[in-house]
Design a protein around this ligand. Structure first.
Ligand SMILES: C[S@@+](CC[C@H](N)C(=O)[O-])C[C@H]1O[C@@H](n2cnc3c(N)ncnc32)[C@H](O)[C@@H]1O
Length: 279
């Protein structure tokens, strides 16, 4: 099922959703500076969910290949965890953009607390129309944010516009591994409805990047290292605690709301990692 057959997310509503998620997480103690899945390099990796979340950012850092002279755009920056890690590990300057005002307030507070407010600046805005000049970034990273945006093609075209020639893009996105199935798994439907997302078709990505004016460098199905493994880890936690475990239970507002356990063992729900370059 591709974008056109799915409910198109509305940026303002996505922003309000993330405002509520951020405030709730701060109030109930489940706040996490990373708002993304984990990455386990190998099936026998014993990394905790927290470690695997940081590892995902490190995988991005390996691909963007930036240094202290670089300026990185974190597109859909959450509360700043990945951007602050990029600053700490590479010395690069990071600008983050999120459609959630609460996330931006929090991210800027965390940057100030870390003493890097001069290197990491987070601002409210819509990735569909980036408030930045052409060719103003050496790299763009988008960890799990395109799934919330109404038009992947428009976002990728905006990314190409703000990248310098030779600049790199790295992104993760969710996709359906068996998109031609007549009925998709109800857990995927719940994810898309509850978190205002659409799933991509991995085969479309080559054309999407090409039409945006970007040169594809790699396109990998990382489901085994990410979504599938995360669902397993959550199921293990649920078994120990003898109850359903959500990564952030305060995020969910009704009994019918999406829970990560809805996707346990669902290998249709994929995660892709794409890297591209502006020629
Ligand atoms: C799953 S969170 C990922 C956050 C962050 N990348 C991380 O890994 O911690 C999705 C992010 O995309 C942002 N987002 C969604 N739609 C957006 C839009 N139209 N413009 C800017 N940010 C958007 C959300 O506000 C949120 O910060």
């Amino acid at each position: 099922m591709t974008d056109s057959a799915q409910t198109v997310p509305v940026p303002g509503a996505v922003g309000e959703l993330y405002d509520r998620l951020t405030l709730n997480a701060m109030h109930d103690g489940t706040f996490n500076t990373n708002v993304h899945i984990g990455y386990w390099d190998t099936p026998d990796s014993e990394a905790t969910i927290e470690e695997a979340m940081d590892r995902l950012t490190d995988v991005f850092i390996e691909h963007i290949r930036v240094d202290a002279s670089s300026h990185v755009l974190d597109l859909g920056c959450g509360v700043g965890g990945p951007g602050l890690r990029v600053v700490a590990r590479t010395g690069a300057r990071v600008t983050g953009i999120s459609i959630s005002e609460e996330q931006i307030k929090t991210a800027n507070r965390l940057a100030a607390e870390a003493g890097v407010a001069d290197r990491a600046v987070f601002q409210h805005g819509d990735a569909m129309k980036l408030p930045f000049a052409d060719a103003s970034f050496d790299a763009v990273m988008a960890l799990e944010s395109l799934c919330h945006m109404p038009d992947r093609q428009q976002v990728l075209t905006e990314i190409a516009r703000v990248l310098v020639p030779g600049g790199r893009l790295v992104l993760t996105d969710v996709f359906e591994r068996h998109p031609r199935k007549e009925v998709r798994h109800p857990g995927i439907d719940k994810f898309c409805r509850g978190l205002m997302s659409t799933t991509a078709d991995i085969d479309d990505y080559v054309a999407l990047l090409h039409r945006a004016g970007l040169r594809l460098r790699s396109l990998t199905d990382v489901t085994e290292q990410t979504t599938l493994r995360l669902a397993d880890e959550i199921a293990k936690l649920a078994a120990v605690e003898d109850r359903p475990v959500a990564l952030d239970e305060s995020n969910f507002f009704s009994d019918d709301a999406f829970q990560p356990s809805d996707l346990a063992g669902v290998d249709d729900f994929g995660c892709l990692l794409a890297t591209a370059e502006r020629p």
